[in-house]
Design a protein around this ligand. Structure first.
Ligand code: PEP
Length: 252
């Protein structure tokens, strides 16, 4: 279903104490300011269980930042979908550009990760987006199309309705540069057209597509007002309750 979603990716930030404090503050905010958006936070994996127990899951969904491509076994340092499921985690970011860049994750690996998540009914926030040189070479449409199709075409059709897509141009992540609302709308509409051509109109119209890349309290409202933008995936500005709460409030 096409929900409005505001998700905070905490990445490798915050001490345990700081993370608990932020989760508590956010819980307090959301409890007193009901939002039409689903609010999601993604702390580092070792905090997941404690944060999950801290927040009210009716208000806040706690997500993993990644998942293993394999089901189980000798994969030191990885966390499996089954392990996430066993502590009640039902959402996970997958294919983030930082993992594509630093862990060299290919579309094929991301497709396997999606499969693992679907097997445990964990909702993926599946990230796509072009690099600066690809945008400058006017290749952004073909890049996002191949990222979407390479990861989603191998999936069972019945699982596709569970996917949330996050379009995050790599040149806008953590750089303070944001796609203009017009640029973001243009490519979100294009991503929806790719979904329509490959999987049909119902899926295209029912898929939430989030924008990510230097979303902040000042630019969120205009971005979220675009017809094909269903919310945001937020990095830096999700680390302070004052900023993240304004971004949540920007969803109408
Ligand atoms: C992200 O990493 O998903 C992200 C969007 O980061 P930032 O908001 O800091 O650009």
């Amino acid at each position: 279903m096409r929900n409005k979603i505001v998700a905070g990716n905490w990445k490798m930030n915050l001490s345990f104490e700081q993370a608990l404090q932020l989760a508590n503050d956010l819980n307090e905010y959301v409890a007193h300011h009901p939002s039409t958006a689903q609010v999601v936070i993604a702390p580092t994996s070792i905090y997941l269980q404690a944060i999950q127990e801290t927040v009210d899951n009716d208000y806040i969904t706690v997500a993993a930042q990644d998942v293993a491509a394999a089901e189980k076994g000798a994969y030191t340092g990885d966390v499996s979908a089954e392990q996430l499921d066993s502590i009640g985690i039902n959402c996970a970011i997958v294919g983030h550009s930082e993992r594509r860049a630093y862990q060299h994750e290919s579309d094929a690996i991301i497709a396997q990760k999606l499969e693992q998540l679907f097997a445990k009914e964990i909702t993926p926030i599946f990230c796509i987006g072009e690099k600066l040189e690809e945008r400058e070479a006017d290749k952004h449409f073909e890049v996002v199309k191949s990222q979407v199709l390479n990861a989603l075409q191998p999936q069972k059709v019945e699982n596709l309705t569970k996917v949330v897509i996050a379009y995050e141009p790599v040149w806008a992540i953590g750089t303070g540069k944001t796609a203009s609302p017009e640029q973001a709308q243009e490519i979100h509409a294009y991503i929806r057209s790719v979904l329509k051509d490959a999987f049909g109109e119902d899926l295209a119209n029912g898929t939430s597509i989030l924008y990510g890349g230097s979303v902040n309290a000042g630019n969120a409202e205009e971005l979220f007002a675009q017809p094909d933008i269903d919310g945001g995936l937020v990095g830096g500005a999700s680390l302070k309750v004052e900023d993240f709460s304004k971004i949540i409030a920007a969803i109408k």
